[in-house]
Design a protein around this ligand. Structure first.
Ligand SMILES: NC(=O)C1=CN([C@@H]2O[C@H](COP(=O)(O)OP(=O)(O)OC[C@H]3O[C@@H](n4cnc5c(N)ncnc54)[C@H](OP(=O)(O)O)[C@@H]3O)[C@@H](O)[C@H]2O)C=CC1
Ligand SMILES: O=C(O)CCC(=O)C(=O)O
Ligand SMILES: [Mg+2]
Length: 481
């Protein structure tokens, strides 16, 4: 079997998926896209680190059979297409892959290949952990207080790519339709000289994303999941994301979670068991006396419903050890993660909010050079860094390969190859602590020595020599629900 004219490696086996689980052979074929721009330097360095770690951890009993697939500039050059069908088919067949960044032109030209891959393979959740590694320079005083995992919806929102350019017939047609059919009788209208974009946010896209974030939080013992939205302004998209997020939490994870608002009601009752419904409601909504009667009655009903439904199971402080589900408006969360990062643990966000917040969180723990990620669907996963192609540094052997290396760490954890993952993570942290770092860290660190992309990889590999080998037999193949 071959894709893009390249036969599959004969020394590897396919990862399979059956009955809701991935089965990982000891020699999985893993497709990779090198990436545009700095992707080339980064991939060359990263793959050496991956191979060295697997060799060291398993002494030859496990080995990745890497398989190149093409997208972006390299695919255009070789096959005169930006994203060959064979590349998508290979990811579909081989199930777990890794990719470097791909360039997307601004304002026109091709649509994002990165986004296309996520959509066609239905990799519905973009998972981006942001944590601090000792020794890394940071612009904030306490970078170690940030330990957040972002779950970003990955298939819809403004990334759906449904847009019409200003001045085209289609833009005129949709503006005309909206102004005449949808906005007739209101005081609103769209300016004739507008470009138009559509922002779909669905029950399906939201619920499966929030579900994955809650499952992750429960499995890893995290304290909260925060729904990040701009629902005060975009009521039926971002506001709905918030509403459906709470629905998933309270309908599918009722026994394990409490919402922030429920926790106030339960806490009031815990502290004063004789509190009336009305008194409790006044504590939850201090301005209630000035609100219209139907609002007041709504809050009384809510308080009663919460106490009737969950006081027996969640009251008496039991809620304190449960997963907290809260929400924050998107502008507010950007200041919260700077001022009080320790109060946040898992963020579940629509696509655009997640894109923005990923880079902002990464900046606090050292920047995009150290920001890994994964695109995870039900039956497929592609690991990739948060950053882009950083084209001004292309082919100069200077860029930080840390984000792709840590994306590989996420991939090895996903495969159940934890020994290799920890080996890479520890060796990279030690290399940084020795202050031998690429330009991005060196410019912020006192007394640091600047090393190249390939030099940084060499140092990480060198550090692995100090670790003891394991027999590679004691971990069964990963199984993922
Ligand atoms: N998933 C993907 O493939 C993504 C692709 N892109 C695409 O990448 C292209 C370039 O986007 P751009 O806006 O420049 O964003 P980039 O993320 O590529 O780069 C922005 C800046 O971030 C810093 N940076 C990025 N990567 C690293 C790294 N590995 N090590 C150290 N510093 C790093 C550099 O900062 P400094 O200049 O301060 O050194 C760089 O100039 C665009 O076409 C965009 O669409 C963007 C994001 C994701
Ligand atoms: O696809 C692109 O070019 C940009 C995507 C991006 O910024 C991201 O996924 O974080
Ligand atoms: Mg981005």
């Amino acid at each position: 079997m071959s894709y893009n004219g390249l036969p599959l490696p004969t020394d590897g086996e396919k990862i399979t998926f059956k009955d809701g689980r991935f089965a990982i052979p000891n020699n999985p074929i893993i497709p990779y896209i090198e990436g545009d721009g700095t992707g080339r330097d980064i991939w060359k360095a990263s793959v050496r680190v991956f191979d060295a770690a697997v060799q060291k951890a398993y002494g030859g009993k496990r080995k990745v059979a890497w398989y190149e697939v093409f997208a972006g500039e390299k695919a255009k050059e070789k096959f005169n297409t930006w994203l060959p069908d064979d590349t998508v088919s290979a990811f579909r067949e081989l199930r777990v892959g890794i990719k470097g960044p791909l360039t997307t032109p601004i304002g026109g030209g091709i649509r994002s290949l990165n986004v296309t891959l996520r959509q066609v393979l239905d990799l519905y959740s973009c998972v981006r952990p942001v944590k601090y590694y000792q020794g890394i320079p940071s612009p904030v005083k306490h970078p170690e207080r940030m330990d957040i995992v972002i779950f970003r919806e990955n298939t819809e929102d403004v990334y759906a790519g449904i847009e019409w350019k200003q001045g085209t017939d289609k833009a005129k047609k949709i503006i005309d339709f909206i102004n005449k059919e949808m906005l007739a009788g209101t005081n609103k209208s769209i300016r004739e000289d507008s470009g138009i974009g559509i922002k779909p946010i669905s029950v399906t896209g939201t619920k499966r994303l929030v579900k994955m974030s809650i499952e992750h939080a429960l499995k890893t013992g995290r304290k909260s999941v925060t729904l990040v939205h701009k629902g005060n302004i975009q009521k039926f998209t971002e506001g709905a994301f918030r509403e459906w997020g709470y629905e998933v939490a309270t309908q599918e994870f009722r026994a394990q979670c409490v919402t922030e608002r429920e926790s106030w009601i339960l806490d009031n009752k815990d502290k004063n068991p004789n509190l009336s419904i009305e008194e409790n409601a006044h504590m939850v909504e201090p301005g209630i006396d000035f609100a219209p009667d139907d609002f007041k009655q709504g809050v009384y009903a809510e308080v009663k419903q919460v106490l009737d439904a969950i006081y027996a199971s969640h009251g008496d402080r039991r809620w304190k050890s449960m997963l907290m589900i809260n929400d924050r408006i998107a502008d507010s969360i950007f200041q919260q993660i700077v001022t009080r990062p320790e109060e946040y643990s898992v963020l579940a966000t629509p696509n655009l909010n997640g894109d923005y917040i990923s880079d902002a969180c990464a900046a606090q723990v050292g920047g995009l050079g150290i920001a890994p990620g994964a695109n995870i669907g039900r039956e497929h996963a592609i690991f990739e860094a948060t950053h882009g192609t950083a084209p001004k540094y292309a082919d100069k052997d200077v860029i930080n390969p840390g984000s792709v290396i840590l994306s590989g760490v996420m991939m090895f954890d996903f495969l159940g190859w934890e020994e290799a993952a920890r080996l890479i993570e520890d060796s990279m942290e030690q290399t940084i602590q020795k202050k031998t770092v690429t330009y991005d860290f060196e410019r912020l660190m006192e007394g640091a020595k600047k090393v190249t992309t390939s030099g940084f990889a060499n140092l990480i590999i060198g550090k692995m020599e100090h670790h003891g080998a394991t027999d590679g037999n004691h971990h069964q193949h990963a199984a993922h629900e």
